[in-house]
Design a protein. Structure first.
Lengths: 494, 344
């Protein structure tokens, strides 16, 4: 067996009494693409921080390149050749690509004075290594997410990196950008660099990694060759639960459409979009990141205005010019980015739950009825199984899946007819994802019309009774769930 | 449009320059007095103190912070310096007063810097607090009153001039103070720090993303601390120069200047959220405020309307910036739909 690049054995770490890592092991070979998976809170971020020197382990052995690592700092880790590409890429949006690339190495060499010429040559070398074609003088804030990521990768490579840790690198990328990223990862592998790829997206794990390690609740569940893995096992190792994948079978579908869209057009986003949504139906809208799907969601909820076309609610024309209008017509939106658009993170879970129905909680003379509020919060927390010791805690204390339940619960408290969900399970772990799908199916059976806008194809195929495919702003096809499969949808999307 | 020109239209400086030019032409047209030697020298001379304040404020805002304590800091240090030297019967040159002011300024700046840099407290709250403390120390502990005379060395510095410009029409003359050289050197030093040292690039980096700056290896706490020390020194220098130029020390008449200075810096295109801006823009913005403050009288606008004018200018100026951001976003959207994918 060849010598390993990184070997972690029996790593323990506790924070204020919470045992985050309970003796986990991880071995990475030189030039290997290794996937680390697990649900939120399973300890994978903690382990990354230990490897990169941010935290010190309480117990355990850590070896890199045959040498034992003890009490290392982040700078030590970088000098050893360990680089972490964080989800936010740690770039400076206000500076040029050149400065972003050169600053780290200039600082690590302890230069006090700036030589713009030297910085340019460092930056030029960095981008050439992965054939990244970019204007070094452009401001990073104006780049796309994928380009920012390439800046971060080029920067990481400058320190003779031996191991690059990528923390959920594909979260905000389009399919094409993911392909481009994977090509770069394979190039790095060819140069003998090991990649630790942190992800909980099943298809990506299968596509790119050779070996995998799965954590659950701070313990190592399984490690091995990816070729031995299949999706059922993967899900089981991650969650400890078995899910039967069943397609959604709708209950009774209403005759008249709850929501009808006719020739809706928003210049630069989508055009001539028409469809109808009936009670009890779950309709999926899918397309690439730039297909206009998100704009469609925003137009249905009155955040952005369509240029022409009509929205009909229960057969009558509805002027939806603001979210308030949408709510009055009993339409709710679960937005794409729940952290900034769907929740008040620093405020309490309780307040987040009742915000949409706050008008109804007023007692006499418009004064807030505290008892009614308390009863409502108790009901919602119980009904949606929101895992929190105290609803007065801030929204940001919840995991992704629980946060999304709060967003859902908030709308369902308002007795809506139509719920539009944009990327309902982005960044949500498998267990919660399954639960959220279950909630949506129940709601549809109770007579709600649900529109799921998503590029997660298995999600769309499993849960929707019909699928609309958007491409460059136009609906290119409509399929029944029975006839939809990933290959067919992809063929229309691209 | 060629690439360089296109880049220029995205920046704030050309716009603010055009506004300054338009205002100058308007004043010239109405009064015939703007482009005269003495008026230009008057404006340059009036730029010295606000200009020094603006350089410090600019650097603080660039780092994502804010400082509202500099007028109080300048008042306290200039009063303490003048009073101390008067009591000691000091008759020497300007160097000792400058040295004393700079040390006092550095000490008070370090006070701000300690709380903001090392303890990580919000800059606005800290400087609001220290502003009050500085004022209190000056008025309470030092029992400040107006000082009608200042030491002879300071007096001489205040009246010495590089050259004198006269206006043949009105017969008025204006002196270009030596202090203008001090201002020019500070400007040069600040430019060099910001552009050619990693301390300066660190200020930009912290303003852009403090967490990333820390991860990249900048000593963010020390950078912020040094920044406030530097700003304290700039402010105390400005306070001393103002005392010299006015030939007296009035302990309260600088208080309240902070809003116009901050406005000038922001008008010049410095993002209030930090990270972007240039010294050129900052100086143009300050120049605009100075011209409005000094030259409105030339076009027959009564001085009582001055503050309305300054206010309107600030709103319009920020409006232009906001519009530019909006336009930039729109451009980004259009580009987005053309599906530009990085070629790798």
């Amino acid at each position: 067996m060849p010598e390993s690049l990184l070997r972690a054995v029996g790593i323990h770490k506790s924070f204020a009494g919470v045992h985050a890592l309970k003796g986990v092991d991880l071995t990475i070979m030189p030039g290997e693409i290794h996937c680390l998976a697990g649900e939120n809170g399973c300890g994978k971020s903690t382990l990354i921080k230990i490897i990169s020197g941010v935290y010190q382990p309480d117990a355990g052995v850590l070896e890199f390149n045959g040498k034992s690592l003890q009490k290392i700092t982040p700078i030590d880790a970088i000098l050893l050749g360990i680089q972490v590409i964080y989800q936010d890429f740690s770039v400076f949006p206000n500076l040029t690509v050149m400065e972003n690339l050169a600053l780290n190495s200039e600082l690590s060499e302890k230069h006090k004075l700036v030589s713009w010429k030297r910085m340019r040559s460092i930056a030029q070398d960095a981008v050439t290594r992965i054939n990244f074609d970019i204007d070094l003088d452009s401001i990073v804030g104006t780049l796309s997410v994928a380009q920012k990521q390439m800046v971060a990768i080029s920067r990481a490579l400058m320190f003779n990196a031996r191991l690059i840790i990528m923390d959920e690198p594909t979260t905000a990328l389009t399919r094409r950008e993911v392909d481009a990223l994977f090509r770069v990862i394979l190039q790095l592998k060819a140069q003998g660099i090991s990649i630790l790829f942190v992800s909980h997206k099943l298809n990506e794990v299968f596509e790119i990694s050779e070996r995998f390690t799965i954590f659950r609740n701070g313990e190592l569940v399984r490690t091995g060759q990816t070729s031995e893995l299949d999706s059922a096992k993967f899900t089981y190792y991650m969650t400890g639960r078995e899910f039967s994948e069943q397609k959604f079978i709708p209950g009774e579908i209403g005759k008249e459409p709850l929501l009808e869209v006719r020739n809706l057009t928003m210049r630069g986003a989508f055009e001539d979009v028409s469809f109808a949504l009936r009670a009890g139906e779950i309709v999926g809208v899918t397309g690439l990141l730039d297909s206009g799907r998100s704009e469609l969601a925003l137009a249905l909820f009155g955040i952005r205005k369509a240029d022409s076309g009509a929205i009909l609610v229960k057969g009558k024309g509805a002027a939806i010019r603001s979210p308030r209008d949408a709510v009055r017509h009993k339409i709710g939106l679960v937005p794409e980015d729940r952290l900034t658009e769907g929740l008040f993170l620093p405020q309490s879970i309780a307040d987040n739950l009742i915000i949409a129905e706050i008008d109804r909680l007023a007692g006499r003379a418009g004064v807030f009825d505290r008892e009614k509020r308390a009863r409502e919060i108790e009901r919602l927390v119980k009904e949606f199984a929101i895992a929190t010791p105290d609803p007065q805690n801030a929204g940001q204390t919840l995991s992704g899946g629980n946060q999304q339940r709060v967003v859902l619960a908030k709308w369902l408290a308002c007795n809506l007819d139509v719920l539009v969900l944009n990327g309902p399970t982005v960044g949500v772990d498998i267990g919660s994802k399954h639960d959220i799908h279950g909630i949506l199916r129940d709601l549809a059976r109770q007579g709600m019309g649900i529109l799921i806008i998503s590029d997660d194809l298995p999600e769309v195929i499993e849960n929707c009774s019909r699928v609309l495919v958007l491409k460059a702003g136009k609906i290119v096809t409509e399929m029944d769930a029975d006839h939809a499969d990933e290959q067919r949808i992809l063929a229309h999307m691209m | 449009m060629n690439k360089g020109l296109k880049k220029l239209t995205k920046r704030n400086e050309p716009y603010i320059f055009l506004v300054v030019l338009a205002l100058a032409l308007l004043i010239q047209f109405r009064s015939g007095q703007f482009f005269t030697g003495n008026n230009l020298v008057d404006i340059a001379s009036a730029m010295v103190v606000p200009g020094l304040f603006a350089v410090g404020t600019f650097m603080v805002i660039l780092s994502g912070g804010i400082d509202v304590s500099f007028p109080a800091l300048a008042s306290l240090t200039s009063y303490a310096t003048t009073k101390m030297l008067l009591d000691a019967g000091y008759t020497g040159g300007i160097w000792l007063p400058i040295l004393i002011s700079l040390s006092l300024g550095a000490a008070l700046g370090a006070f701000n810097g300690y709380f903001i840099g090392f303890l990580g407290l919000p800059a606005l709250i800290v400087t609001l607090g220290t502003s009050s403390v500085f004022k209190g120390v000056m008025q309470g502990a030092l029992n400040s009153v107006q000082l009608a005379t200042i030491p002879p060395g300071m007096q001489a510095f205040g009246t010495s001039s590089l050259f004198v410009a006269s206006n043949p029409l009105s017969g008025l003359t204006s002196r270009m103070p030596v202090a203008f050289l001090v201002f020019a050197s500070v400007l040069l030093v600040s430019f060099l720090i910001l552009r050619y040292t990693f301390l300066g690039r660190g200020i930009y980096a912290i303003g852009g993303n403090e967490v990333s700056a820390h991860r990249a290896g900048f000593n963010t706490r020390r950078t912020k601390f040094l920044l406030y020390v530097f700003v304290g020194m700039m402010a105390s220098l400005a306070g001393l120069i103002r005392t010299c130029m006015m030939q007296q020390n009035h302990p309260t008449n600088m208080l309240g200047m902070e809003m116009n200075i901050i406005a000038g810096v922001v008008l010049g295109g410095t993002a209030i959220t930090g990270g972007t801006g240039s010294l050129t823009g900052c100086m143009l913005g300050t120049l605009l405020i100075v011209i409005v403050e000094n030259s409105m009288i030339l076009i027959g606008i009564p001085t009582i309307w001055k503050s309305v004018f300054v206010g309107a200018l600030i709103i319009i100026g920020t409006g232009v910036s906001a519009w530019q951001v909006f336009r930039a976003n729109r451009v980004a959207k259009v580009r987005f739909f053309r599906k530009e994918v990085p070629t790798i």
